[in-house]
Design a protein around this ligand. Structure first.
Ligand code: FES
Length: 314
């Protein structure tokens, strides 16, 4: 049984407050802390480690392993150190936790930390990657082998109008649906997304380094060229680390915003360059054009995740 986010929290039979939020480890999807707002719903929110929850009496009530005095010594929640799972995408997290809809927080990465954190995430990622890889091996192999049997799909998809991207150097997400067909299976509609940035000359230079970007079909023929001075740049919605969805997010250290991937906390700037985290390469720039009416069109190219070079899969 899991408590509701409004459940009462008791210490030594005395109510000390109500659960207002939970903090989740973005890697394990386990709850690491419950946040208890002190009495009357007006007080401060205290961060209680999950190990201090002695008993879940019912969905409406939990008992903490502390006295009222000790409860007052739990740290106050520093809200700006966390993002909600509405702001970053963690697939099926709420299904997994079985919590009532409400505020579920994940910690923001500590950008100021350097090598030790990077090493930690690299090791953690490898361990988790191995576990995840086992049940996924068959579909992944099929996916990897697909290009051997099927030419790339170089069709153009309309994703929306560029008028929506009003500010420079801010990520804007376009969602679109495309059909996908496996052999012997009916076609499925898959929801996808890309991020578009209206780029200043500095960002254009950071992305293209002054050179037009060519895209190729499976025979090595050029199918499209993104001009180095294109005012709009589109990035694949998949994180190049392991393929999670990421979001544009303002942080304390980057008040203008960065692309933040919640799965292993890779961070990219508006030019798609890796600022922090385990991502092995920048965000993948897509072949993109904007027609006379402002319609954004892309070729939905996909590259292999987890490697430092772009290897086209679809
Ligand atoms: S999938 Fe690992 S950081 Fe994005």
């Amino acid at each position: 049984m899991q408590p509701k986010l409004t459940a009462k929290a008791l210490c030594a039979d005395k109510e000390v407050g109500k659960i207002s939020k939970v903090i989740v480890d973005p890697l394990s999807h386990e709850i690491s802390h419950v946040i208890v707002r002190e009495m009357n719903g007006q007080g401060v929110e205290r961060q209680v480690p999950i190990g201090q929850v002695q008993e879940v009496v019912s969905e409406e009530e939990i008992v903490l392993r502390c006295s009222r005095e000790e409860f007052g010594r739990f740290p106050v929640l520093e809200r700006d150190q966390y993002v909600t799972v509405k702001e970053v995408e963690i697939a099926h997290l709420e299904d997994h936790l079985h919590v009532e809809p409400g505020e579920i927080l994940v910690p923001l990465p500590r950008l100021e930390q350097g090598v030790p954190r990077r090493t930690f995430f690299t090791n953690m990622t490898h361990a988790i990657g191995t576990l995840i890889a086992l049940p996924l091996a068959f579909p992944v192999l099929k996916y990897l082998m697909k290009p051997m049997f099927k030419p790339y799909d170089n069709a153009w998809f309309s994703v929306g109008n560029v008028k929506k991207v009003s500010k420079e150097n801010i990520g804007f997400q376009f969602k679109f649906t495309r059909g996908f067909k496996e052999a012997f299976m009916p076609e499925q509609q898959i929801e996808k997304n890309i991020w578009v940035v209206k780029a200043t000359p500095a960002v254009q230079k950071a992305v293209y380094e002054g050179n037009d970007r060519k895209f190729f079909d499976d025979k090595g023929e050029v199918i499209w060229v993104n001009k180095a001075n294109s005012p709009y740049i589109g990035y694949s919605g998949k994180c190049p680390h392991l393929g999670c969805g990421y979001k544009w997010r303002k942080t304390k250290n980057f008040p203008e915003g960065v692309f933040l991937c919640p799965c292993h906390l890779s961070i990219y700037d508006e030019a798609g360059k890796v600022i922090d985290g385990p991502a092995p390469r920048p965000l993948d720039v897509l072949p993109m054009q904007v027609d006379a009416g402002g319609e954004v069109k892309i070729i939905d190219v996909e590259y292999k995740a987890g490697v430092n070079k772009q290897i086209r899969l679809l």
